[in-house]
Each structure stands twice: as structure tokens, then as C-alpha cells.
Design a protein around this ligand. Structure first.
Ligand code: ZN
Ligand code: ZN
Length: 351
């Protein structure tokens, strides 16, 4: 046992399945046999066009939302043992830089990023083992535990804003993050309206998460959506909060049009670099909007996300449509692109 199955990124639209060397855990590290690696929009974008920060060498392993079983421990590891089932965030801050010293861990200047979950084994670096690895209780599945990474980013975003129980919250974007943000808004007492491509599958999950109203962007035009939100809010004023989870400038602009005076807008989705949006200065000034840009997560966000899944306050199982073998990774990406399913779990032990 010295080789393992892995998906390797060679360039845009060029992923190959090969046998590579199993990593060896160094001091403080864990070697984990991947139980589930989830598809993520970031990985799909990486596959389609490459990624400046995630892919550093070619060929490169990739995949970053995972959980699995510890099969070997590095020297000095005390908190975990062989056989522990664990999940980790894919990035960990340095705890020493300018931003870390100010508690803004998500903007760390020396973030350590882990990639390579679309492979049978992955070594978790010592810094990550120290701050960002959690053990799964026996009833928690690998699939739901792997949701902790994206859920941590949603939690990071939403904890910045103040949703007051009873607030009307519009979430733009019906992908996995739109659904997770909807659930978190419901947990904060929000009356949530989900706007996006509302497929039957997504609607089912959203309803289970407590979403009470939907706007399908394939049927309702922008003006109709603004009108609908006005009509269902007190005094036809608009939503108290709008949360953008699409990553397109049009959605950023729409979010600013859906809120009432003194409303809050949260931008969660990252747009293509260089994107700009138009902001109505009159509205911004006279309506006193509050805009939040939020990115990534801190170890505390990750810990909380893991606990929400562990206690099933967010049922992560609903977000994972199906488990597929590693050889079907690209088919899984294709399904996500066609809005079939929500997230797919890849089992790398099967080729
Ligand atoms: Zn992700
Ligand atoms: Zn730092």
C-alpha cells in the first residue's frame, strides 16, 4: 500500500485520474483516509479555468470539502488517534500576522490552504490539526460533516449582520450556499424568501430548512421580484435584509434594490475579479443602507458550523444528493452545472 487513487488537475478542462504516492504524515500531522469529498463551485471553477491561489503546481491534487478516518498519526499528535473520524476546515490562519493579531483571522496574510480531497488519502498539516480539526460522533455521516467548511463561510457572513426575529430576509441564490444562508437566517428568526432558479429539488430542501416563500428568476423579472418583496412586507417598504449568494454583479445590484430604508445588504458571493457594480447614491444616502462584504471564515466560525451540523440544527444530509465514485467526479461537476442535485459526495476509495 504505497499508491492511491487521485484526481489530478493538469490545466483547464484537463483532469486525469492517476495513481500517486500516499503522503506520509510529518510531526503533528494526520493521515486521513477520505470518507467523503464534496463537490463545490470553487472546484468546478478550478476545473474549468484554473485557480491562481489554490493551484500552485501542475499537476495538482484538488478538492477541499472533506472528512474521513485517521489512519496514521504524526509524531506528537495527542488529540486524535488512529480510527478517529474527523473533519477539518480547508484553511487555517497563522495566528501571528497583522490581521490575526487583531482577531480578523479570515483575512490572515499567511493562510495555510489544504487541497487534495479528491484522493484516497490526505495529510492534514500540523497547524490545521491544532486549530481546525474536529471529531465526528458516531451518528454523524462523513457526507454531512464535510458540509462544515462551506457552512462556516455562511456562518461567518451572517453573524456579522443583525437579523431581528420577525425580519423579512430575501436570499438571492438557490445553490448550496443560498440554502445554507437561508437556514441560518431561519435559525435567527428570519422569515426567509428564496430567490433563484428554484428547481423541485432545491425547493424541497429550502422548505425543510424553513423557507416560506420563493421567487423563481426564470419566471419573475427583476421588476416583478422587487414588486413581490414590497407587496409582502409591512407598508410595502421592502425587505429588512437581503443576502446575496450568487456571485454576479447583477445580483449584488438587485440585493440593494430589495431592501427598505435603513435595510441591511450582505454580499456573500464572490464575483469574477475586476467586476464592478452600480450603486444609486441617492438611495444609499437618503435610505441609509448598510452594506456588508464578507469573505471566508475564522476557526470560531468553523467550530460553530461543525456543531450546527453535529446537532443537526442544520441538517447537512439534505444538501448531499448522491455519493459517486472518484471516476465520476467530472460527471458530478456536470450535474451541478446543469442544476441537477445540490452537492455530490465523492468516495475516492472507489474508482
Ligand atoms: Zn467549497
Ligand atoms: Zn495570520
Amino acid at each position: 500500500m504505497s499508491k492511491m487513487n487521485a484526481a489530478l488537475f493538469y490545466g483547464p478542462m484537463d483532469v486525469r485520474f492517476e495513481q500517486i504516492e500516499i503522503p506520509h504524515p510529518g510531526p503533528g500531522e494526520l493521515l486521513v483516509k477520505v470518507g467523503a469529498a464534496l463537490t463545490c463551485g470553487t472546484d468546478i471553477k478550478t476545473y474549468e479555468r484554473g485557480h491562481p491561489t489554490i493551484i500552485k503546481t501542475i499537476p495538482s491534487t484538488f478538492g477541499h470539502e472533506f472528512s474521513g478516518e485517521v489512519v496514521e498519526i504524526g509524531e506528537g499528535v495527542k488529540d486524535f488517534k488512529v480510527g478517529s473520524r474527523v473533519a477539518t476546515c480547508n484553511a487555517v490562519p497563522c495566528m501571528e500576522c497583522y490581521y490575526c493579531r487583531r482577531g480578523i483571522f479570515n483575512l490572515c496574510e499567511d493562510l495555510l490552504i489544504l487541497n487534495g480531497a479528491y484522493a484516497e488519502y490526505i495529510a492534514i498539516p500540523a497547524r490545521m490539526v491544532k486549530y481546525n480539526v474536529y471529531e465526528l460522533p458516531s451518528e454523524m455521516t462523513y457526507e454531512e460533516a464535510a458540509v462544515s467548511e462551506p457552512l462556516g463561510t455562511a456562518l461567518h457572513s451572517i453573524r456579522s449582520i443583525n437579523i431581528i426575529p420577525g425580519d423579512t430576509v430575501v436570499v438571492l441564490g438557490s445553490g448550496p450556499l443560498g440554502l445554507m444562508l437561508s437556514r441560518l437566517a431561519v435559525l435567527q428568526g428570519g422569515r426567509v424568501i428564496l430567490s433563484g432558479e428554484i428547481t423541485a429539488e432545491r425547493k424541497k430542501v429550502a422548505e425543510a430548512y424553513g423557507v416560506v416563500d420563493f421567487m423563481d428568476i426564470r419566471e419573475l423579472k427583476l421588476e416583478d421580484r422587487i414588486q413581490h418583496v414590497k407587496e409582502i412586507t409591512d407598508g410595502k417598504r421592502g425587505a429588512d435584509v437581503a443576502i446575496e449568494a450568487v456571485g454576479f454583479p447583477q445580483a449584488w445590484e438587485e440585493a440593494m434594490q430589495l431592501v427598505r430604508k435603513h435595510g441591511t445588504v450582505l454580499f456573500h458571493g464572490g464575483c469574477k475579479s475586476g467586476s464592478t457594480v452600480t450603486l444609486d447614491t441617492t438611495t444609499m444616502h437618503y435610505a441609509e443602507l448598510t452594506l456588508y462584504g464578507r469573505y471566508h471564515q475564522t476557526p470560531d466560525d468553523y467550530r460553530r458550523a461543525f456543531n450546527l451540523l453535529k446537532h443537526r440544527l442544520v441538517d447537512g444530509r439534505k444538501l448531499v444528493t448522491e455519493t459517486l465514485p472518484l471516476s465520476q467526479l467530472l460527471e458530478a461537476f456536470g450535474k451541478v452545472r446543469k442544476f441537477e442535485g445540490i452537492k455530490f459526495a465523492i468516495d475516492p476509495s472507489e474508482m
